[in-house]
Design a protein around this ligand. Structure first.
Ligand code: RIB
Ligand code: CA
Length: 312
């Protein structure tokens, strides 16, 4: 089976970094481009971090397009309290071995999708500003998008407010555009990604997988684990973003439901909430496959065996 062409849209951030390493190592995927967006930290930091991660994984041939420095209409909200000032505090990745592509995120996305001989899957792992802009500016290219599999939103509680998950909270208008695009879309929200916690057992297994495993173990512990303990009282931090990549590799790790999902953009208390119509009471047609359950052990097996194949 030919590897599936994918574009990663990221705001590294620790879990984005792990997701990038997973995507670069999974034989089922062909990472055609990485695009960066402001989110966990500012754009210049997310871009620098993406370049560092690709340099570490020796994937210098993957172009990196820098994208939106702020949301479509809101002011940027970042999360240094979780990811540190640099976005990767405590991680000792080498300096980037190459610079960003001359094209920005939207132009790079457009070129990759236009030139692909088969439909491309887009995997957004941060605020959806780049993806929304791409869909708005290049409607003719949507025919060559296979699907969008995103980490964001939640059926239940949020993590930035009681109602909203970070990626959607930062740019709810962009999330609305993506969810209303009509494209095949899988939304992996906190309900499933919070299951992907990295505890002592997972750290030990990761450390047995060479430099790649050591790096992932480091990303998932140190600053990130402490931040999740302090902020959410969790003993082990969830690695949200790699769940979206693993779901592209092996959809069977997920239990999903076809649901209508709308984004609240006006609410004082509920801005950024992904309102999931669990019982079909709106009568509006489903627009997303929504993650409801995760096979946690299968997820980690995909992560471990992919990293083993990274060969670094
Ligand atoms: O809410 C979790 C999401 O927000 C993850 O993508 C994390 O990297 C942050 O961007
Ligand atoms: Ca992210």
């Amino acid at each position: 089976m030919m590897p599936e062409p994918v574009i990663l849209d990221v705001d590294p951030g620790y879990d984005d970094a792990i997701a990038m390493m997973l995507a670069c190592s999974a034989p089922e995927l062909d990472v055609r481009a990485v695009t960066t967006v402001a989110g966990n930290v500012a754009l210049e930091k997310t871009t620098r971090n993406a370049l560092k991660i690709l340099s570490f994984t020796k994937r210098a041939k993957i172009p990196v397009g820098a994208g939106a420095a702020s949301p479509l209409v809101r002011t940027l909200r970042t999360s240094e309290h979780i990811h540190g000032e640099s976005g990767l505090d405590g991680a000792d990745f080498p300096e980037p071995a190459f610079g960003p592509d001359g094209r920005d995120a939207v132009r790079l996305m457009a070129d990759v999708v236009r030139e692909a001989s088969e439909p491309v899957t887009i995997i957004p792992l941060g605020p959806l500003t780049n993806v929304a802009t791409f869909l708005e500016e290049h409607p003719c290219l949507t025919q060559n998008i296979r699907r969008i599999v995103l980490m964001g939103g939640s059926v239940g509680a949020g993590n930035v407010t009681p109602a909203a998950e970070f990626n959607v909270y930062v740019d709810p208008e962009a999330a609305r555009i993506v969810l209303e695009s009509g494209l095949p879309l899988t939304m992996l929200g906190l309900d499933v990604t919070r299951e992907a916690t990295v505890g002592p057992e997972e750290v030990e297994r990761l450390r047995s997988v060479g430099r790649a495993g050591e790096a992932v173990a480091g990303l998932a512990t140190y600053h990130y684990a402490g931040a999740y303990r302090r902020t959410y009282g969790l003993a082990a931090p969830p690695i949200h973003d790699p769940v979206a990549v693993a779901a592209v590799v092996e959809p069977a790790i997920l239990e999903t439901r076809s649901l209508r999902v709308d984004v609240e953009c006006e609410g004082e208390l509920t801005r950024g909430e992904t309102v999931c119509d669990l019982y079909g009471v709106t009568g509006r047609p489903p627009n997303a496959e929504v993650g409801m359950g995760l096979d946690r052990s299968a997820f980690f097996e995909i992560l471990i065996r992919s990293l083993e194949g990274l060969g670094i």
